[in-house]
Write a protein that binds this ligand. Sequence first.
Ligand code: 5GP
Length: 209
Amino acid sequence: MDMRPGRGRRGILFVFTGASGVGKGSLRAAAADALRTVIYSVSATTRARRPAETDGVDYHFLERAEFERMIARGEFLEHASYVGDLYGTPAAPVDAALAAGRDVLLEIELAGARQVKAVRSEAVMIFIAPPSLAELERRLRGRGTDSEAKIQRRLERAREEIRALREFDYLIVNDRLEEAAETLRAVIAAERARAWRVVDDEIDAFLAS
Ligand code: 5GP
């Protein structure tokens, strides 16, 4: 069967949720081969840019008023407040990519992930967990970008998110990075192989060939 995109098959929407500091970025880098064809959705946020971050690449860094205008205009697929800042996924680029048959990856916290699942029930929900809360705390501190109060609030959010992990389709524990990347590659391959994704046009083309 011809499985190339372009016969009307929509892209897959992958959602990564996991505490800040859990290593979602490192995992993406380690599985870059599998993610090469997956478009990373750049979120908007009101959070201050960290020195290593680039506007338009890591996030679209916005003033709160601009973010609120986007909410009012209904431009977000989802949005949520996290430890004092607003974060949201601009809907238009995601919809355009999926319609063109491209797979898309969102990296968002729990409230946003639930909103996505409510409106896109076919989204593939992947929870990234730390090996332990002590290790998560060590990683958050090691990053050296947050105040003690913010670290505590981020740890509290992490505990809440872990309580919700059974809402997700897959769990990846980011302990040994290469093993976590291997699991992620397997998840992507399995999801692409799901039979229900095949559309009528592909079957018709196959039968006519
Ligand atoms: P950070 O400030 O560490 O970059 O991100 C804080 C949290 O916000 C992380 O859990 C991250 O996944 C989440 N986040 C990033 N972008 C979005 C977004 O567009 N929507 C939602 N709901 N959460 C996001």
